[in-house]
Design a protein around this ligand. Sequence first.
Ligand SMILES: [Zn+2]
Length: 111
Amino acid sequence: MPIFEYECAACGGVASHVVLGSEQLQHPTCPICGSSQTRRVMSSFALVESEAARMNNFDTRKPRDESFYRDSRNVGLWAKKRAKEMGVDLGSKFDETVEQARTGKLIKDMI
Ligand SMILES: [Zn+2]
């Protein structure tokens, strides 16, 4: 679900608002001062999404560059999606391995 960040023109406060469905929150009320002089700002938080959503948006046929792997949350995502597409159950052991790879534990263990 998309999370947008809004900056308040009155007090300069920044607040995150979850936008549900097709709802377009143009000027949500500032939670700090109550002003509606808010505007949407670009935020890294807008990229926060569930793994299920990431997997849905993820195209295994597209080439992946380095930046893709720099995001540790993407580690194992390709394999998981491919397995899902092929109807293969990787089991909980795989999830565990991915989790370790994401936290860097696996790499440390290999060294
Ligand atoms: Zn405000």
